[in-house]
Each structure stands twice: as C-alpha cells, then as structure tokens.
Design a protein around this ligand. Structure first.
Ligand code: ZN
Length: 193
C-alpha cells in the first residue's frame, strides 16, 4: 500500500485551533477569519492577532477590528504594487479594488477596509455582481454585507461593467511602486531582531 493520502487532512482535522479572541475551539476546516502576514509595525499591540484564526462572530464584535482590517487592506495595496498580476483600480477609506485580468484568473478582488477579507468576483460576472451581490457571491458574512452595502453605490458608479474595471488599470502603476511605497504609511513590519 502506498502512503495514505488522507493523513494530511486527518492531521488538519485533529489540529486544535483556538480563536485568538475568545479562546474557543475552531474547526480547522470550517469558516473563520485570519489575517496572514506581518503587516503591523513591530510595536503594534495587535501583533498577536496576525496569522491566527478568529471566529467570524468574535471578529465582528472586536472593537479593534476596523483599525486592524484597515491596516491589513493597506498591506495588500502595497503588496499589489509589486505584484505583476494584480492591478489596483480603486481605493478610498472604505474599499480597495484590484484586478487580475489575465487568464486563467480574470477576477476582481474587493477588500472592505472594515473587514479585510478578499471577496473575489469573476470579471465575466462583475456587471451582475454590482447589481445583485448575493446572486454572484452567496454566503457573505453579515459584516461583509453591511460594509459592502455602504460602498456598492460607489462601485456601481465607477464600475458598471467589467470593461470599466479593466479600463481603470494604470499601466504606469508598477513603475511608480517604489516611489509610492516610500510615501505610503508603514505597514510591513520586519520581525524584531
Ligand atoms: Zn471566538
């Protein structure tokens, strides 16, 4: 018999994940929020909440959520400036939209600054999505729906179609990445030595 292919899955199942906010158990295969990466400055008291799982319900109630999520989204903005595949097409205080128009991805990514999660929208379904979010991306959490409701009129106005999303790509974005990173707020903390 060869190696048991279920081993990895079994280990994942048995791993005891704990919510960083309430300490309660989290199903490793279940639905939870986790902000990955070292995106806070070295002195930030929220560092223990990076790279760890949190129940969506606990995360929704967390008083630090909006500051934490906004910094996480800002880290994605900066990361995408250096990413050859993802282009930043819109950003304000509430939402950040990027797009990868190339096959096989052909998706937009919508990150709400009050949440931080990555809501993916296939470009072919963008027009339908801005009209009826639930139909294209069912299963959004209540905090995502609330934050999305606030920005949807803006997204509809700027991007009524997938064509408008792709047209918003600034071909010079990657060339100015270094300069933008220099003036942008610090977000990627190097590990303390
Ligand atoms: Zn919890």
């Amino acid at each position: 018999m060869g190696p048991r292919r279920g081993c990895g899955l079994m280990a994942l199942r048995l791993a005891k994940l704990r919510c960083a906010l309430c300490g309660g158990p989290i199903d490793a295969l279940g639905d939870f929020f986790r902000a990955s990466g070292d995106f806070l400055s070295a002195q930030d008291p929220l560092i223990p909440f990076c790279n760890v799982p949190m129940h969506w319900s606990c995360y929704a109630r967390w008083p630090e959520r909006t500051r934490f999520a906004a910094l996480y989204v800002q880290a994605w903005v900066q990361a995408n400036h250096k990413n050859p595949f993802w282009w930043s097409v819109y950003q304000d205080q509430r939402v950040y939209v990027s797009v990868n128009p190339e096959r096989p991805v052909e998706e937009a990514s919508v990150r709400l600054c009050a949440v931080g999660s990555d809501i993916r929208v296939p470009l072919t379904k963008w027009s339908a999505w801005v009209t009826d979010v639930e139909q294209v991306t069912p299963g959004l959490r209540p905090i995502e729906k609330r934050a999305l409701a606030e920005v949807l009129p803006t997204l509809q106005a700027h991007f009524p179609s997938d064509h408008a999303v792709v047209q918003a790509i600034d071909p010079s974005e990657k060339r100015t990445a270094r300069r933008r990173a220099a003036i942008a707020p610090r977000s990627s903390g190097a590990p303390p030595s």
